[in-house]
Ligand binder design. Structure first.
Ligand SMILES: Nc1ncnc2c1ncn2[C@@H]1O[C@H](COP(=O)(O)OP(=O)(O)O)[C@@H](O)[C@H]1O
Ligand SMILES: [Mg+2]
Length: 398
């Protein structure tokens, strides 16, 4: 959806001099500094998949805001490219850029301005002004967006009646009202107190599931990144230090800097698979018919299921794909179509040892007892939640 290659920004120097400083071949940051500029973003590359919630995390000053501003060219890159759905943003005409900013990409900031003398509904409708819609239509769409963020029926209120959390919801509603493909959120919850912040994170995740938007989310808070990010890109001094899923990063910090960020996760040592597992909500027995298992699986909205032997041990996993093939081939038992695609741990395994293994299979992680009986499962979201909660009390790094 968004593809960023070699993105680089030098502030404080004319383009020509900035490029010459970058091209000296030596340490770019020193060369730029020697020439009197600031290398805010240095050779950053990543791509964001449609429907992904991609988090950029780093201390204040690490270049996060500059990166996202270059994505819709609020800041002009010194070098590198951004493409949006395969189209080079650098080559867009003024007209195309306007369309990109007005219709396809919406931004939400930490502090954004609400008009004090306009109602919440009018504030939420603000982004639709240039759409050539009737006022009625704009306000109707604002109402839908307000409902999406949990402010149904509050449209007639004025911003002064609202708390910080509610104002941020109005900001989110304003962004959603334009029905963008991509939401870019720059530390949108950073000014909120922890409880409200948690509630906003929950709501964002829920919205993400319902609406399937692609979201690029900036934060300086590891807990927040862990809780909401499908993938997290860690930045320092304008550069990408690590890019991966939360469990990847915790399980395998790229260097001391990231290690330092995640060191608080040591608090999770006491957390074991047994303490975060839940009972398997849905299993199949080896002798069941593939068609009935597939039907139950569809109902449970799963992509795979653990297949259990009569003695209670795990035989393997049946995926939707395998079951469909088995039905086509006339197989009468699920046991004929199981695959080995899962990970099992004991209930005493610490989270730190398995968190990077979650999310890699169609089924959640299995927890087994010493006789290899399935006693529980650990969905990925559970692990992330447990880690985030365990690290909660740690002071923020910024
Ligand atoms: N308009 C600007 N002019 C000069 N320097 C800037 C400008 N914007 C940002 N910077 C510098 O670029 C670096 C990265 O800033 P920024 O992208 O805002 O970081 P973050 O969002 O991670 O806090 C900082 O050193 C900042 O001082
Ligand atoms: Mg910033």
């Amino acid at each position: 959806m968004i593809d960023v290659r070699g993105l680089t920004k030098v502030f404080g120097l004319p383009d020509g001099r900035a490029r010459r400083a970058l091209d000296t071949g030596a340490d770019r940051a020193s060369a730029v500094r020697a020439a009197g500029g600031v290398l805010a973003v240095n050779d950053v590359s990543f791509s964001v998949e449609p429907g992904e919630l991609f988090v950029i995390m780093g201390l204040s000053g690490s270049g996060k805001s500059t990166v996202i501003r270059m994505i819709n060219r609020l800041v002009e890159p010194t070098a590198g490219t951004v493409s949006y759905d395969g189209v080079d943003v650098g080559g867009m005409s003024a007209e195309q850029l306007r369309e990109l900013r007005n219709k396809r990409v919406s931004m939400v900031f930490q502090h954004f301005a609400l008009f004090p003398h306009r109602t919440v509904r009018e504030n939420a409708a603000y982004g639709l002004k240039t759409r050539g819609m009737s006022k009625r239509e704009r306000l109707d769409r604002a109402d839908v967006a307000l409902e999406q963020v949990g402010l149904a029926d509050r449209g007639d209120a004025y911003p002064s009646e609202f708390s910080g959390g509610m104002r941020q919801r109005v900001g989110l509603a304003r962004a959603l009202a334009t029905d963008p493909d991509v939401l870019i959120m720059d530390e949108p919850f950073s000014a909120l107190d922890p409880l409200i912040r948690r509630a906003m994170q929950e709501q964002l995740l829920q919205l993400q599931q319902e609406l399937g938007k692609t979201i690029l989310f900036v934060t300086h808070d590891l807990n927040e990144a862990m809780r909401i990010g499908d993938r997290i890109m860690v930045m320092k001094d304008g550069e990408v230090i690590q890019l991966g899923t939360g469990p990847d990063i915790i399980g395998n910090p790229a260097n001391d800097y990231v290690q330092d960020f995640v060191s608080d996760v040591d608090r999770t040592r006491g957390l074991t698979a047994g303490s975060v597992m839940q009972s398997p909500w849905f299993t199949a027995t080896a002798d069941e018919e593939p068609a009935s298992v597939l039907a139950r699986m569809r109902k449970a909205r799963g992509d795979g299921v653990y297949v259990i032997e009569t003695d209670g041990t795990i035989l393997g996993v049946a995926t939707g794909e395998q079951l469909t093939l088995a039905i086509r081939d006339g197989a009468s038992h699920v046991r004929d179509c199981v695959v080995d695609d899962y990970t099992a741990v004991s209930d005493e395994t610490p989270i730190a040892e398995f968190c990077h293994l979650t999310g890699g299979h169609v089924v959640p992680l299995a927890v087994v007892d010493s006789d290899k009986h399935l006693i529980g499962v650990v969905p990925r979201a559970h692990v992330l939640e447990a880690i985030a909660t365990a690290t909660e009390e740690v002071p923020e790094h910024a």
